[in-house]
Design a binder for this molecule. Structure first.
Ligand SMILES: C[S@@+](CC[C@H](N)C(=O)[O-])C[C@H]1O[C@@H](n2cnc3c(N)ncnc32)[C@H](O)[C@@H]1O
Length: 204
């Protein structure tokens, strides 16, 4: 399963989806294939113009929008934010009054900060999915409305992983990565030690 297929697998047929940062609108194309309409938007006018040239579906509403600024209330209940960093994701959510029943993220960094800050916005982790695509691991997180207490380990490594085998492979990859950083690094960033300890204390 690639990243777009993974996003698709977590979207129900009745969800009203807005994909922010859609780029080529691949997710919306998959949804349109099963007759599901969606909004696909991007901050870049070039990106949207290019998509409009190649996509001709009444089910895909292509828009220029910085974050959710061009999305109105009631237009969507499911938000996808994939292929951007945690700080951009949080900025987009901090700059809107819109609420969603489901938010699916694929951030490329600081997943612990994302889990923690989403909690303060009243979105909690429902499930997570590790994806391996083009020699890289990606961490998809499905948030739903609500609030919960996380352990340190849950904040660092996530919880409720759907694919346990890929999660195991991801942890092995992370362990090697952080052991190497520990060996080569001159600074003593506590996060490196916390990650190593959290992984070693995980039984899956
Ligand atoms: C790496 S692409 C990811 C494309 C697709 N979502 C995916 O996961 O394959 C990131 C996209 O996000 C868009 N983007 C970045 N910041 C944005 C923002 N604040 N609002 C809307 N789109 C944004 C970029 O223009 C770019 O097209």
């Amino acid at each position: 399963m690639n990243r777009i297929e993974a996003l698709y697998s977590l979207i129900d047929i009745n969800d009203n989806v807005v994909d922010v940062g859609c780029d080529q609108a691949k997710l919306s194309l998959m949804l349109a294939n099963r007759n599901q309409s969606s909004i696909a938007c991007d901050i870049s006018e070039n990106v949207i113009n290019r998509a409009k040239k190649s996509i001709d579906s009444p089910l895909i509403d292509l828009r220029v929008s910085n974050g959710l600024s061009n999305i109105k209330e009631e237009e969507a209940d499911t938000l996808v934010l994939a292929g951007m960093g945690t700080h951009t994701i949080l900025e987009i959510l901090n700059n809107t009054k819109l609420r969603f029943k489901k938010i699916i993220t694929i951030s490329n960094n600081y997943h612990d900060i994302l889990r923690e800050k989403m909690n303060t916005l009243n979105y909690k982790v429902d499930s997570e999915l590790i994806i391996y695509e083009n020699d890289k691991y990606y961490n998809l997180i499905k948030f739903i409305e609500g609030n919960r207490q996380y352990t340190k380990k849950e904040l660092l490594l996530g919880l409720n992983h759907i694919d346990k085998q890929l999660y195991k492979e991801y942890l092995n990859y992370l362990l090697k990565k952080y052991e190497n950083i520990k060996l080569s690094s001159k600074d003593n960033n506590p996060k490196i030690y916390e990650m190593i300890e959290a992984i070693k204390n995980t039984n899956i």
